[in-house]
Structure formats: C-alpha cells, structure tokens
Design a protein around this ligand. Structure first.
Ligand code: HT9
Ligand code: FE2
Length: 350
C-alpha cells in the first residue's frame, strides 16, 4: 500500500465572467508567442458565452462525483481542486491541503494523453505551486498515469459512437454513407514529435490517439470509414501544427463523394469545454451543415459513471500498488508508466 492523504484534482481553469476573460488569456499564453489576433479571436468565443467557460462547473461536478464514488468504494480520501490558469489555483489547493494536514497528494490531471500541455506543463506548475507556497519540503505530489486507453475513458466514447450509428441507420443512412471523425487538439508538430520517443513522427501524442481511435472504432462502428483529425490550432501560422484541421477534412470528404453524414468524436478532451462547444459545435458543425451533411457530435466523458469509476480505479491502483502488468488498458501502448514524484520522498517527516 502507498499512503496518500488526499487527491488533487488538477485542471486547466477558465474564466467565470467577462472581466476574467483577458486576465485568464494572459495567464494561459504568458510568454508563449501567441499572436494578438488569435487572442482576440479566442476572447470572442468566451465573450459569446457571457465570459464564462463551462470548464470550472464541470470540474466542480467531477469533484462531487469522485467524492461519491470514492466513498461508495470505502475510500476516505478527500479531494482538493486546483487549476493551472484560474482560481482556485494549484497554490490555493496545496495551501488548503497542507493546512488540513494533508501532505501526500495524488494528482489527478484532467488530460488523457501525453504532450507538453498535458504533462510537462502540469509538472512545472506543480513545482511552482510548491515553491510559491514555501511547501517544497513538506508536500509531495504524485500523478496518475495518462489514461487515454483506460476503459473508463474509452467506454463513454464507444457508447456515443454506437448510439450515433444507430441514430443514422434509423434515419435510413447506410454505413458506407457515414464517416467518423476522431478529433483532438492540434499541437505544434515539433511538440508532437518530442512527446515521447520510439513512436515515429507525431511521437507518443499521435500514436496514443491512433491507438484509442481504433479501439473505439472497432468496438462501435467497425464497418464505417474513419480518420484522425485536429482542431483549435493557434500559434504562429508559419509554424507547422498537426493536420488536417477538422474543417478542411470535412471539405475533402464532400469532394470525395458518397458521404452523407459525419460523426464527430471529441476524444481529445474529458469534458465539453470551450474548444468543444465553440470550435466543434459552432464551427465544425457549420462547416458540415454548409455542405448539407447530417452531423452528430458525440458527448465527452464529463461525469459519465464509467469515467468516474475509471478515475477512481486509477487512484486505487496507486494506493494498492497494483503491478504495472496488471493495470487496465485497452491498447497495445498501455498501461502507460507512472511519473516521478514531485517534492520530498517522505513528506512531513513521517
Ligand atoms: C493538448 C491540449 C489540450 C488537452 C490537454 C489538456 O487538457 O491540457 C488543451 C486543453 C485546453 N486548452 C484550453 C484553453 C486554451 N488553450 C490555448 C492554447 C493552446 N492549447 C494547446 C494544447 C492543448 N490545450 C496548445 C498547444 C496551445 C497553444 C499555446 C501553448 O503552447 O500553450 C489557449 C490560448 C488561446 C489559443 O491559442 O487557443 C486557451 C484559451 C482549455 C480550457 C477550455 C475552456 O476554457 O473551456 C483546455 C481544457
Ligand atoms: Fe489549450
């Protein structure tokens, strides 16, 4: 058994009103060379929803669901919640935990895949939170592994794709008229290549997405055509990012005939946050409908019971020291390895 005092639910954070939008975007992009036009464009997405990102409310609901699932499985671990880019910040959560005597934390990060954004940047931000609070020698943070191919994450997408296929068939469409688009966040090509070695171009990031897409697809729509596409690119337009963009991919499908419907599967994300409700539900759906296509967008896991139970499995595999070879995973890439601890090996001297 490994003793933990608490779980640190760790996420991105988002604005909760118009006045938060610009300070939030400055936090996200500090020193990252995002062009001003891109920031204005993204600010407009938030403004459209009253300056409120859905992400914080989704994390409050996830926290409550995790607490209920932990309790039902006999665990008394409390759950603290902190964000990288908006209040409550990691430093707030670490201070709160420490004040309650909780110094051995298990970080549950709401990113399923390996990338700088989903892994390295969280690690840096955890280190900074410990340094900023002066608790680097007193609080330790472990992190649960990337869960891209854990059944808890995959199951809600399998259900969503299956249901969509049934809906389209009940509307009279045949399988060969449907194309399934597995869509994730584009990242710079250089960031993808360096996301994990031994995977060829695109690194671990692309390999993990290809593996998960084929697991979902084989289970839910094996006879339909599919592709892996990307969304929400930003940065300098001259820098290469992963392609094709979902909107370009939809244009191409129409040129390539036959397709009458697309199923959009936002499997890069755990909840319906801004990139999903704007970049997909507004933009990509408009692109597809502009071509006269029928479009269905599959839900993200959110607080799906399988997802919540899967996250608790991932916590309990650490608590119970489940050997690597016995950990649950659905692709040949898993189970992904654990990360090194941040902070002291033996926090609070016990
Ligand atoms: C891989 C990945 C994930 C998934 C893994 C993870 O969850 O971490 C993710 C999640 C998210 N990204 C989010 C928001 C933003 N991301 C931005 C910028 C960027 N994201 C990138 C990548 C990713 N992002 C990258 C390579 C950039 C370029 C700048 C940089 O290199 O850092 C920008 C700046 C404007 C823009 O350029 O779009 C914003 C506002 C929100 C919150 C949404 C909400 O509020 O509901 C969430 C969950
Ligand atoms: Fe992002």
């Amino acid at each position: 058994m490994t003793h933990y005092d608490a779980i640190l639910l760790s996420s991105f954070g988002g604005p909760e009103g118009q006045d938060d939008v610009i300070p939030f975007l400055r936090n996200v992009t500090a020193g990252r060379g995002i062009p001003e036009e891109r920031l204005e464009e993204v600010a407009h997405h938030y403004r459209h929803f009253g300056g409120v990102s859905p992400i914080n409310e989704q994390n409050r609901r996830l926290k409550a669901a995790l607490e209920a699932e932990l309790a039902s499985r006999g665990s008394e671990l409390p759950v603290y919640w902190g964000n990288r880019n908006w209040a409550p910040y990691f430093a707030d959560a670490v201070r709160e935990a420490h004040a309650a005597g909780d110094t051995r934390l298990l970080g549950l990060v709401t990113s399923a895949y390996t990338s700088y954004s989903g892994v390295g940047q969280y690690r840096e931000d955890f280190e900074k939170a410990l340094a900023d609070t002066g608790l680097s020698d007193e609080v330790a943070i472990d992190r649960i592994r990337e869960f891209f191919d854990h059944p808890g994450f995959v199951t809600p997408f399998v259900e969503g794709v299956s249901t969509s296929m049934e809906t389209l068939q009940s509307e009279g469409l045949s399988v060969d008229e449907v194309h399934v688009l597995y869509v994730t966040h584009s990242i710079p090509m250089s960031a993808a290549d360096s996301s994990g070695s031994g995977f060829g171009p695109g690194g671990a990031y692309v390999a993990q997405h290809l593996a998960v897409a084929s697991v979902i697809h084989d289970a839910a729509a094996p006879d339909a055509a599919w592709s892996l596409v990307y969304q929400s690119r930003s940065g300098d337009p001259r820098t290469p990012w992963l392609e094709p963009d979902i909107n370009d991919a939809i244009d191409e499908l129409v040129v390539a005939d036959r397709v009458k419907a697309v199923v959009i599967v936002p499997f890069g994300f755990v909840s319906d946050h801004m990139e999903v409700i704007w970049d997909l539900d507004n933009e990509a759906i408009a692109t597809a409908e502009g071509h006269g296509l029928r479009v269905l967008r599959v839900p993200t896991p959110g607080v799906h019971p399988a997802f919540v139970a899967g996250l608790v499995d991932l916590v309990l595999e650490r608590v119970n020291d489940v050997p690597h070879a016995k950990r649950r995973h659905l692709s040949e890439l898993g189970p992904w390895p654990d990360h090194e601890r941040i902070g002291p090996a033996d926090p609070a001297g016990d």
